[in-house]
Structures are given as C-alpha cells and as structure tokens.
Design a protein around this ligand. Structure first.
Ligand SMILES: Cc1cc2nc3c(=O)[nH]c(=O)nc-3n(C[C@H](O)[C@H](O)[C@H](O)COP(=O)(O)OP(=O)(O)OC[C@H]3O[C@@H](n4cnc5c(N)ncnc54)[C@H](O)[C@@H]3O)c2cc1C
Length: 457
C-alpha cells in the first residue's frame, strides 16, 4: 500500500524535484514524488546529458579529422549515427538506473502518473489524493516555438533533434542562445552546413559581449554561418526540405529547421491557477525563499523565473528541503550560478557581465582580459579565447567570463572566487599547476593585482 500522506509531496521528478526529494529524505522527512514520465526529467533524458554526449562525439570527430595538425595520421571516415545514438542512450540509461536506485535507497515514495495540484496541500494522481504538510511544484519546462511556427516534420525542437537517425546536410538553427549554438556546433562537427538565425545582435546574447565576439570569430573559422539582428518571418516545408524566410528578404533552404528560441514554463493544466497559485507570464512567482503565495507551497526549477539550468534546479530543491526541515539555508544568489555553453569553443561565466556590472557599480568598473594565446596548455590544445575579469570599483571581482575549449571545467574555481567575493590580491598568490588552463585564470588575477607574468604590452 503506497503512502498517501507525507511531509512533502513533490510534483515533478526532474532536477529540481528529485534533488528536493533526496535532500528532504536525508533530513529525515517523508517524501512522495510524483512523476508522469521518466525520473530525471529534461536534463537527463532530453537536455544536458544527451546533448553533452553528442558534443563529445562531435569532439572525437573533430579530433579524427584534424589529426594532421598534431602530426597524427588520421581521417574521419564518417559518422555512424546509430553508433552515436547508442553511445548517448547508454549513458542516459545508466544514469537513469542510478537515479532509480537512489529513490529506493532514500526511501522516497515514487508515484508514477500525472499529478494535478488540487490545493491547498494535495496532489491528485489518477483519482488518488496525496497530501503533504508541504507541496513542491517542479513541473519544468518545454521547448517554445514562435507564433505561427508549428513543430512537425522538418521543423523540430531539441526534443526531436536528440533522436534523429540521420545527420542533416543543411540545417538552419533558429536561435543563437545556448541550445542553438550547441546543436550548431554538433552538426558542424558532423559535417553539416549550418546557419544560425538570431534576432538579437549577437550570438549567446545573454553573455558578456566579449564572449559573443570570441564565439562568433571561432564559428566563422569553423564555417558555421550566422545571421544576427535579423528576424525570422516564416517557414514552409515540403517532402524534400524546409524554406526559412527572414525579414531581410533572405530565404534559407535546408533539410531541417531547429527551433531553439527558449523554453517556456510547464505550468498550465496542472491545477496551479485554479488552486490560487500566483502565476505571471506562465511562471510561478515565488519569494527569494522559493515560497509561492500559498502557505507551505514551494516552487523550484525552470518554472521559477530566472536561469533555466539543471544545477540551479538541484540547488533550489536542496534549499527548499532544508528550509522545510528548519535549517534556515542561505538564499541562493542567482548571479552566482555558473553558466556553461558547451559548444566548440566553450563559453563559461559566473557573476556579472561588464555591462551588468557597469549598470550596478557605474563606469569605474575595471576589466582585464587574459588571452589564451599566452597559456601553454591552450596552445597545446590549439584553442583560442580568453578569460575576462570584471571587478567592482575598489571592490572584489564580480564577474568572470571565459571562452575556449574545455574552459567549462574552469568554472568551479571562478565560481568560488566570485562567491567568496575575492579581491585580485586574494587570488594572485594561489598557485595554479603548469601547464593547465587554470593558469589562465591565475594569470588574469596576477595581472589585475598589478603583477602580470605572461602578459604582453
Ligand atoms: C537541449 C537542452 C540542453 C540542456 N543542457 C543543459 C546543460 O548542459 N546544463 C544545464 O544546467 N541545463 C541544461 N538544460 C536545462 C535543464 O535541462 C533544465 O534546467 C532542468 O531540467 C530543469 O529542471 P526542472 O526540475 O525544473 O524540470 P524538468 O527537468 O523539466 O523536470 C520536470 C519533470 O516534471 C514532470 N512533470 C511535469 N508535469 C507533471 C505532472 N503534471 N505530473 C507529474 N509529473 C509531471 C516531467 O515529466 C519532468 O520529468 C538543457 C535543456 C535542454 C532542453
């Protein structure tokens, strides 16, 4: 007999929901977790993990193709997409099994089915009511489209792009944000002719302008085309292709159109509004402690306005569990959430961009860019890019933006520096192993502390 009441009832078993469930269980609370599809949600099944597997396969393809740059005789014979998919799916299913094991180990009651929040502390699944002293809403997000642009056939979102059984020869990617540039990068490495269309003036427009410039330069070198500052006006498809028209009058013909224009909150049809949950433009409105307007009802993850990232969902889930358990956790600093775009080259950032810092602190904000040309390991890898630091006037470093292959792995240190509100003089004496890319961060801090080492001019 399944329990029908618990300390927490959580609606949605994605990054936010399951993290909340596990932390609450660790703290001795009883948990009912309702999931209609597969535990792990978007991130594990249709997001972070499968895309990063594709990106790694893309890197392997590039290495095979570019072996001669390193004196290694190799060539790319081709991509076996069935093999790529089975590698990707194998990773997802191993992690999925692990997650199912963790549900059991944590003694979380998993209810499989579609839940409706019927309020004030109840979720209904297939006519059965589950009541919680607390309810956590964690229903995630879906791929958005544009008005009049219907998904189907050759017009796809990331959901379909992840399970293609062919590599398009020619593809248009609508949207130059994280998801768009990651797929553009994969398909280009697999040999496709890729054009990105972005309405805003630059690729990765949420990042510091420095990152956009570096990425655009690298994409140009890779032969990835992009049209920025131009609006999409329509798309028509036939049995053989899709035609994409732009406000500029350009028409782009391709095999596929990937629509990557952002993700909408999945909040309708689950009873939220009927139960009185405050919603704005589809998002659940919470205070900084993730409490909705209803007592003992919380929301976490992509349905809460802000960065739609898995680790934000994890952290919010943990936060809510600890809050409910009376641990009074520290409010999450949204700017301190690290952001990584895993295309080639990678973009990684934490804290504020230069523009955001200037808005907050005025024009006396200091910046420094360390070019990866001076970093031995980056030269060994043959990657270009740099590390940009943004410092508050007479204050700590408030932003770090990095571009280059593998820089995503450096974000951990950048995040600590940002979160500890470190001054350049605090970081400059810390020693970075040679030759690693972490030295680029170290060198940037040395320079900002007034003692540059491998810096020209
Ligand atoms: C292509 C792609 C790549 C991404 N890459 C990254 C990345 O590299 N790094 C990163 O940090 N983030 C990435 N993300 C974002 C990340 O996947 C999301 O931020 C994260 O999954 C959000 O977690 P969540 O718990 O809010 O929602 P979700 O993971 O969407 O989980 C919500 C869960 O709720 C369930 N559900 C919904 N309604 C109901 C209902 N009524 N009853 C029962 N269950 C319900 C759903 O089935 C789902 O399992 C990516 C996303 C995409 C699409």
């Amino acid at each position: 007999m399944t329990d029908t009441s618990a300390d927490l009832v959580i609606l949605g078993g994605g990054s936010g929901g399951y993290a909340c469930a596990f932390r609450a269980a660790e703290l001795g609370l009883s948990v009912i977790l309702v999931e209609k599809d597969k535990l792990g949600g978007t991130c594990l099944h249709r997001g972070c993990i499968p895309t990063k597997a594709l990106l790694h396969a893309a890197e392997v393809a590039d290495n095979a193709r570019e072996g001669d740059q390193f004196g290694v005789k190799s060539s790319l014979e081709g991509i076996d997409i069935a093999g790529v998919n089975s590698y990707k799916d194998g990773i997802v299913s191993r992690l999925y099994k692990g997650l199912q094991g963790l549900v059991k180990a944590n003694k979380v009651t998993l209810v499989e089915g579609t839940g409706t929040f019927v309020g004030p502390n109840t979720v209904e699944v297939d006519g059965q009511r589950y009541t919680g002293k607390n309810v956590v809403l964690a229903t995630g997000s879906y791929a958005r489209s544009l008005p009049g642009l219907e998904i189907g056939g050759r017009i796809i979102t990331s959901d379909q792009a992840l399970s293609l059984d062919f590599i398009p020869e020619k593809v248009v990617v609508l949207g130059g944000g994280v998801i768009g540039v990651e797929f553009a990068s994969v398909w280009a490495s697999f040999g496709a002719d890729v054009t990105i269309v972005e309405a805003l003036p630059r690729l990765v427009p949420a990042e510091d302008e420095y990152a956009s410039k570096q990425l655009e330069r690298a994409f140009r070198r890779r032969g990835i085309k992009f049209k920025t500052g131009v609006k999409f006006t329509g798309a028509t498809q036939s049995g053989t292709g899709v035609s994409v028209t732009l406000e500029s009058g350009d028409v782009l013909d391709a095999d596929l159109l990937l629509v990557a224009v952002g993700r909408g909150p999945n909040t309708s049809g689950h009873g939220y509004e009927q139960a009185g949950v405050k919603i704005d433009r589809g998002f659940v409105i919470t205070d900084e402690r993730l409490r909705t307007n209803l007592p003992n009802v919380y929301a976490v993850g992509d349905i809460v306005p802000g960065l739609q990232l898995a680790h934000r969902g994890f952290q919010q889930g943990i936060f809510v569990a600890e809050d409910i358990a009376g641990q009074n956790p520290k409010v999450i600093d949204e700017a301190g959430i690290p952001r990584v775009t895993y295309c080639k080259p990678e973009v990684a950032s934490v804290g504020l961009s230069e523009a955001a810092a200037k808005e907050k602190y005025g024009s006396a904000v200091e910046t420094f860019v360390y070019d990866l040309a001076g970093n031995g390991k980056s030269q060994i890898l043959k990657t270009a890019g740099g590390v940009k630091l943004v410092k508050a006037p007479d204050g700590p470093v408030v932003g770090v933006t990095m571009v280059g292959e593998r820089v995503g792995e450096l974000i951990g240190e950048a995040q600590l520096i940002y979160s500890w509100e470190a001054y350049p003089e605090d970081v400059a004496p810390l020693i970075h192993a040679h030759p690693t890319q972490t030295e680029a961060l170290g060198e940037a801090f040395l320079a900002l502390a007034g003692k540059p080492l491998h810096v020209h001019g």
